[in-house]
Each structure stands twice: as C-alpha cells, then as structure tokens.
Design a protein around this ligand. Structure first.
Ligand code: SF4
Length: 680
C-alpha cells in the first residue's frame, strides 16, 4: 500500500446515516480518513456495518464540493467572507424582524448538543417556538400516537432484544434495506425459528422470507390492523389479564369493531381474508411478538390513526413491556430521535416538556434567564404556508434540504424564494442552499464531538477524528456565536460537554447520562439519575401514562385516490444505496455507481399494458407537476402501484408527491399520490 493510505491514528465514533447508530472506527492519516471498519465494542452493531457505513463516508467527508468557509450572496454571487462578516450579516438581518416573522428549522443530522442550542436560540433569543425539523416528515405521528396510547412516543424495546421475539410483524418498513443492521438481526432470528409477517404494498426483500406476506393497498393500514384486532377479539386470542391489569378502553375498542366487516376490510386492503386471519392468529399466538414499523405507517394523511391502530394490536396481545415484544418505530436519520428529545419541535422543550405548561416554562426561563414565548410555534408545513402568505420573512435552516425532502416541491421552492432572508448552515451547497442569502459552512460528523441518540433511545458519543474542512465550524459553535452576537445570555460554551450538562440538568429523561458514563457504550433513556442503568424496555411495570389506552380508529381513505386521469398510486421510499436527499451519498463514487439515477418501479402487467420496457424513460405526472425516470420492471409489485425514491435532484420526485397531511401531526402523505404514466 501507498504510505499515505496507511493509518497512523483511529477514532471510534457513530455512523452519520440511519437511526440504527452503528459504531465506526475512522482510521486516519493526518487530515484524512483513509479507511473505515466496524467497531466491535459497539453494543448495537458489534462490528457490523452496511454498505453506506462502510463505503459511504470518506467520499463525502473529503469531497471537493465541501463548503470550506462561509459565503454571503453579494450582487447575486456567493462570495467567501470571514466568519465575523458572515455571522454579523446573519445577526443584523435576523434582528430586523419581529419574533412572529422568524422561524428556525433544525437538523436530525446534528448532534443532541447542537439541537439543544438551536432550539434555545429560537426560544430564548429569537423569541419564537417556531422551530421544527424533519421528524415532521417521518415520525411525528409516532410521537403523537404512542404518546397518546402509552405516554411515550419512542421505540419501546431495544435492537438487541429483537432476537428474543418468537414472531415479527413488520408493517410499512423495508428493514433489510433502510436499517440493514437490524435487518441482519431479523434474518438471524428467522433462521433460528422466529416467524415473520410482512405487510407492505412494496415487495420489500424481507417479504420473500415471510411466513405470511400481506401486500395491501397503499393507505389501507388502519383497515388491515383493525381487521387483525377484530379477528383476535372475536376468536378470543387476546390477553385478558394484561388488558385488565394494564390498560383502559378495551370495551370501547371492542364496541367500535362490532359492526366492522372483515369481508369489506379484505376488499379495501386488496388482500385475501384468509391471509389477514392467518396473520392475526400467528401474531397473537406467538409470544412474545414484536411489531416493527417505519414510514409506511406514518407518511399518510391519517398517520396518527395508523400508529394508534398498531398500539391497539400490541396491547390486545399483551406485547408491551416484555423482552422480545413491543412497538418498535424505526427512526430514519441518525439523530432524529435526539432532535425530538432535544425539543427541536414547536410545542415542547427538551424531554417533551410542554411549552404550554406554565411551571415548565418558568423552569426554562429561570435556567436561561429570559422570558419565553408561551404559544406553540409552527411546524415545517405551517412555516412554509406562512412564508407563502408573507407572514414569516426570515428563516434559519440547519442541515435540511427542503427542496428535495418536502412534498409538492415546486410550491416549497416558490415559498422559499419569497423569503426576505434565508440563512443556511450545511456541509454542501444543497438545492435549498442555492436560495440562501448567507451559507454558513458546517463541519461534518467526523470533525466534531457530541452525542447522537439512536432509534432505541441509546445516547452514544460522537468523537472527532479529523480537523474540520477548511474554515468550516461545528454547528454548535456557529449557533453559539449567533446566540452571543444576538445578545443572548448563556451562549458562552467551552464545548459540547458543557452544553450536554446544561441540557441534562433540565431534561429528566437524560439527567443520569454524562459524557463520563457514555465512555462505556451508551445509555438508553429514561435514565433519571447517575446510578440508573438506563431503560432497554419501556412500560415494563406500568405505562408512562399509567395505563395504556385503546383508541378506536376509523378508516379514512388517502387524500388522493386513483381515477381516470391519474390511474396509478405512486408510493415513495429509500434505495439501499442512497440516503434521503442524497446530499452525502450522491457524492460517494461507489454508491453512485450502484444507483446513479432515479428509477420508476412498475409492475410487469402495467408495463406490458403501457408498452413500457426496462430502461425506457417514463414521464410521471400528478396534479402538481411531472418528472421523468428510468423504468424498471418489478414483477412482484402490486399492479396499479408504482415506486420511486427521492434521492436525485435531476428528477426530484417530490415535485409530484402529495402535500396532504395528517391533521394531528402535520406529516405529509408521501406514501400515496395519484399519478399517470407515459413512455417518453
Ligand atoms: Fe450506518 Fe445505518 Fe448502515 Fe449502521 S445500518 S452502518 S447506522 S447506515
């Protein structure tokens, strides 16, 4: 090997991609990462990595497109400027607006410390609760639904605990491709005898290993889950003791299902009733049984109802609070759990403490030495609407690429173009950053310290392996500088540990977690004091809200149904080789070679009918616009359904997705849009 590829140092840290939170060993030489291996001491991944963690990091960290210093747009041209000038420009512009005219969007890619600071800046300095982040696109219905049913909106069990399950029911998740290391664990458990039920309109790879595969129509999840509940109740397969001792609302749920027609349900779902009954019996008779779900449950105009239906099913069978059971929402981004925990949300401070609660507000006012706004702030879709209506005039975005990630992207671009001032903090000039007035160059995950919280609520240490690229700076440093320069109190931090300690003093579920304790492998919240070992399984003795509550749910069809003009249902998801808006993975040569462009997956019968062959370019049109993509025939896809990812700006799938959203959480219906197809 060449001498410059031989590492002379290494650092253990955490993968920057998905919510599994695998441990990476970054092997470095001087300022460069020269190789990466899995961290065998990491309790989650035990040395394993997927293709993105192993091969998808160095390429973007050292990419020549990296921002190496702040830029200010002058006469339409981005001009490199010293940090002082960039920060003063942002502060002088933000200071011109009333609190109601400013909003902040934080990042599920940033650390806990950074999210804590960003929400503190919004609330304590900019005097607004209009702070949100991309959890709005994914698990906001989980936070709303599971908090209502159980009292806590997070994964109930642990990744390591899954091997104890006798049966997995995976609905609306592509676990082996989107959370590959959890997928490995599931495959191992299945080899060892665990049973598997998969429900997914898209024929995800794990479906081929399932005992029962339910390929239901997109948007019919509530009906499918309610049908399973009905079978379990009518056949007496429920756990009477658990229901009596631990829950409330069972009679109401049973009454709501009395007139529920199983035949009608099977028709709505497009699944044979015998399969639904078999799935209900297998799930209810396997103990313990774990439910896993992801965006296929949440990204609907009734996502919160879907989550409540999942919770009903788990409580009916007593599968909460026990090893190998539980309701396990799989979080997408590496730190989306942490960004929620840190209060980068419009209605809660860190630890889900409500901004509307006067005693809580006084606690934060006293800690931060300021008066705080008491009204709930705006969600991302509400922020975009307010910009469109001229109410929000200035926006500070950290590490989010709304033009590719939000539905109805044409409208998002139009709204952002109306801003009087847009500041973006990122590691690349993203499609959204192209609209910014100031771009603040952020350090990558490999260049900073902090903590991430993974999907199983495990807080883990992120450690710096190399110096930040050029003059880029960690997000916490940039946000703290803005806080100081805007006259905020308490923004003089020596580093992330000091920020973490301030946060944990105010956040009961994190109180017992310290950097020192995290040296030995991470801790799962709630961890209320320094002697507490952390909590691998939630709701073990009682639910966070006391008793779990069954909530009857009704079926609401998706906002858009196929019709004569738009006869197909488009559903979207992730490719195994790319991540979200592709900002990082599209810059990794190997990953780009594995999938260089957007693909439209279409069922064989539909392709034959429209004379579409593999490799043809197809125009996909919805009520909002049209995009083109290369066709791939998928013989296992349900006829009438087509699938696309959203990783490629050349296509920008979200131009055509639906902005209809779940009224309880604001999460958009990215899983169902009516489209038509034409071979170009
Ligand atoms: Fe990274 Fe997720 Fe892959 Fe683990 S499974 S290496 S956290 S992308």
């Amino acid at each position: 090997p060449r001498i410059d590829t031989i590492p002379d140092n290494e650092q253990a840290t955490i993968c920057p991609y998905c919510g599994v939170g695998c441990g990476l060993i970054l092997k470095t030489r001087g300022a460069r990462i020269v190789s990466i291996s899995g961290d065998s001491s990491n309790p989650v991944s035990k040395g394993r990595l997927c293709v993105k963690g192993r091969y998808g990091v160095t390429g973007f960290v050292h990419h020549p497109d990296r921002l190496t210093g702040p830029l200010v747009r002058k006469n339409g041209v981005y001009t490199p400027v010293p940090w002082d000038e960039a920060l003063e420009t942002v502060c002088s512009r933000l200071a011109q607006y009333k609190p109601s005219e400013v909003a902040v969007i934080s990042s599920a890619k940033a650390t806990n410390e950074e999210n804590y600071l960003i929400q503190k800046l919004a609330r304590a300095v900019l005097e607004t609760n209009s702070i949100d982040h991309c959890a709005r696109l994914c698990h906001a219905p989980t936070v709303a639904g599971l908090a209502a049913a159980f009292g806590s909106g997070a994964m109930t069990n642990s990744i390591g605990d899954l091997k104890k399950a006798a049966c997995f029911f995976i609905i609306g998740a592509n676990t082996s491709e989107s959370h590959p290391i959890i997928g490995f664990d599931l495959k191992q458990a299945i080899k060892n005898g665990a049973r598997l039920i998969v429900a997914n309109p898209a024929p995800v790879p794990l479906a081929s290993r399932a005992d029962i595969y339910l390929q239901h129509t997109p948007g019919s999840d509530v009906v499918l889950l309610s049908a399973m509940c009905k079978v379990i109740i009518s056949e007496g397969l429920f756990d009477r003791t658990f229901i009596e001792e631990r829950t409330e609302g069972f009679e109401e749920l049973a009454a709501s299902l009395a007139d529920f027609s199983l035949d009608q349900a099977a028709e709505t779902c497009g699944v044979p009733l015998t399969d639904i009954k078999a799935a209900a019996r297998l799930y209810a008779s396997s103990q313990p049984a774990a439910i896993l779900y992801a965006m296929g449950i949440t990204q609907h105009s009734h996502g919160t109802e879907n989550v409540l239906a999942v919770a009903n099913l788990a409580m009916l069978t007593g599968n909460i609070g026990k090893p190998g059971g539980g309701v396990n929402p799989l979080r997408g981004q590496n730190n989306v759990q942490g960004a929620c925990d840190m209060g980068a949300l419009p209605d809660v401070y860190p630890g889900y403490q409500k901004v509307g609660d006067a005693a809580t507000r006084r606690k934060f006012e006293s800690a931060w030495g300021v008066k705080l706004p008491y009204r709930r702030g705006l969600t991302v879709p509400e922020i975009l609407d307010s910009i469109d209506r001229g109410k929000i005039k200035a926006l500070y975005i950290v590490g989010e690429n709304l033009i590719l990630s939000e539905p109805d992207s044409g409208r998002v671009r139009q709204a952002l173009s109306k801003l009087e001032f847009l500041a973006i903090q990122d590691i690349f000039i993203t499609e959204t950053a192209e609209l910014a007035h100031v771009i603040l160059a952020a350090a990558s995950f490999a260049e900073k310290e902090g903590t991430f919280t993974n999907t199983e609520r495990r807080v883990q240490r992120l450690r710096q392996a190399i110096q930040p690229a050029g003059e880029s700076r960690p997000d916490w440093w940039i946000t703290a500088e803005l806080g100081k320069r805007l006259g905020g109190k308490g923004f003089n931090y020596s580093g992330p540990e000091q920020i973490f300690n301030e946060m944990r003093a105010l956040t009961p579920s994190y109180s017992g977690i310290s950097y020192h304790r995290l040296e030995s492998g991470g801790l799962q919240w709630p961890c209320p004091d320094e002697d507490h070992p952390g909590t691998p399984i939630l709701h073990a003795k009682q639910f966070a809200r006391g008793r779990g509550i069954f909530k009857p749910v009704g079926y609401l069809p998706p906002a858009e149904q196929p019709d004569a003009d738009f006869p197909f249902i488009l559903t979207t998801g992730r490719s195994p080789y790319h991540f979200h808006t592709g900002t990082m993975t599209r810059r990794v040569t190997g990953l780009k070679a594995l999938q260089p462009r957007e693909i439209l997956e279409i069922a064989s019968s539909d392709a034959a009918r429209l004379a579409i062959s593999a490799g043809d370019t197809v125009r996909v049109t919805s009520r909002r616009g049209a995009v083109t993509a290369e066709a791939r025939i998928n013989r296992r896809l349900k006829p009438g359904v087509v699938f696309m990812s959203f990783h490629f700006p050349e296509t920008n799938t979200n131009i055509i997705t639906s902005p209809a959203s779940d009224p309880s959480s604001g999460t958009p219906e990215l899983k169902v849009a009516a489209v038509r197809l034409e071979k170009v």
